[in-house]
Design a protein around this ligand. Structure first.
Ligand SMILES: [Zn+2]
Length: 413
């Protein structure tokens, strides 16, 4: 049979074959590894995966790629980014080094509101230029799909500008984007009261976003001093009524009941979870809420307090990993996140791989990526490492050699 592409002799091929639902607890360690494996790709889709000898007999490829000494995995899916922002905040890193907390920087006019001012000032074209630069980096680091949140515009005009930029780049750029409306990210300066602002989001912004189909998900920053669980519930229920999926930023700095809210509302994911209790973990496991862990954030905040990933897996939760790419945690690299997940949260490299591919895809509602079995899209990354253990071990450099999106070579070193 004639096919477009055969990738063969992979030192390790991790297909992530297994149940279609998110992998929970112990299941996360099984990445369905084939030693000396091969992949058959045709028409942008995976059509076969198995032993090299077997596939070589069955297929006559137009392009044959020898991956001797390399590790082959599905493209990374980054399920939590704040991609749509203008400006940067490198000077705040120095303030953090000097001992200021995130909340102190925020109260001093820095943090999110500073990025809101820069993002409001930027034209859609300027915003898109900044985003494309980040997306090019993401792709070269092996990320083929990412979620992207609004939330630095806050008013109707600027939230729409951010969401339009995300939707346009999903179509124009090689990478795929999943758009999320996150108006409830911070209280904008023109509002004095969180309740009033939530009403504004629910009445003036959400219906337009839903009507124009600009976002698949609605997210809220449910945190002490930001949006409380009541306001968070109100906006999430409204979003659900309008047909959107739900996500929650919760338990990052304090536990005020956000992950329990995510469980009660059957959100697809709850994100951050540094202060989550064992009971909350059980509730999320039972409700099928995937925990999206963002170890880059405590790393950049120099908090030293990471989510208890091992306890979450012990309670049967499905976990995903993400960069949290934003001006406060400026990285496009899922490889860096995997190193942090393994070193700081004691995840096994194979668990981290499942969390960065298969489970991450489910956490953004994508059923056709994150796996290299027949029927999935051929989003494939070739890593220049002999086995997956090198992924967290050889850190701070780009280990990606080739990236295929929908079966096409889109990055090559
Ligand atoms: Zn975030």
């Amino acid at each position: 049979m004639k096919i477009d592409l055969l990738i063969k002799n992979c030192s390790e091929l991790h297909t992530l074959k297994g149940p279609k639902r998110p992998r929970c607890g112990d299941e996360m360690k099984d990445t369905a590894m084939v030693t000396g494996g091969a992949l058959a790709v045709d028409g942008g889709m995976m059509i076969d995966a198995g032993e090299t000898g077997e596939l070589e007999e069955k297929y006559d490829p137009v392009v044959s790629m020898d991956a001797t000494g390399k590790t082959v995995i599905p493209g990374f899916v980054d399920p939590h980014t704040h991609l749509a922002f203008a400006g940067s905040r490198e000077d705040e890193l120095v303030m953090k080094i000097e001992g200021k907390s995130y909340m102190e920087i925020l109260r001093g006019g820095g943090g999110i509101l500073r990025t809101v001012r820069a993002t409001r000032k930027a034209t859609k074209g300027e915003l898109k230029d900044a985003m494309v630069k980040r997306m090019d980096t993401m792709l070269s680091y092996g990320t083929t799909t990412a979620e992207a949140k609004s939330g630095y515009g806050l008013d109707l005009e600027n939230e729409l500008k951010c969401l339009e930029a995300i939707n346009e780049l999903d179509r124009e750029h090689t990478m795929d984007l999943v758009p999320t409306y996150m108006g409830a990210h911070a209280l904008p300066p023109e509002f004095k009261d969180h309740g009033e602002y939530i009403d504004y989001c629910m009445e003036e912004v959400l219906p337009v976003v839903a009507e124009r189909k600009l976002a698949e998900y609605c997210d809220v920053f449910c945190e002490e001093g930001i949006f409380d669980p009541c306001h968070s519930r109100d906006i999430l229920l409204k979003a659900k009524e309008l047909g959107m999926g739900l996500k929650v930023h919760g338990d990052e700095l304090a536990n005020i009941g956000c992950s329990r809210l995510a469980a009660r509302l059957s959100a697809i994911s709850a994100e951050h979870l540094a202060k989550t209790t064992v009971d909350d973990m059980k509730a999320m496991a039972e409700a099928g809420v995937t925990g999206i862990l963002l170890p880059g954030t405590p790393f950049m905040l120099m908090q030293g307090h990471y989510p208890d990933a091992r306890m979450m897996m012990e309670q049967g939760m499905a976990l995903a990993l993400a960069t949290d790419l934003n001006p406060n945690c400026y990285t496009e690299s899922m490889q860096m996140v995997i190193t942090l997940a393994c070193l700081q949260m004691k995840m096994h490299p194979r668990e981290a791989l499942t969390a960065s591919t298969f489970n991450a895809a489910r956490a953004v509602g994508r059923e056709d990526i994150g796996c290299l079995e027949p029927g999935y899209k051929a989003d494939v990354v070739i890593l220049d490492i002999p086995n997956i253990l090198h992924l967290p071990y050889h850190f701070g450099v780009n280990l990606v050699e080739r990236v295929y999106k929908d079966g096409k070579l889109v990055f090559c070193r």
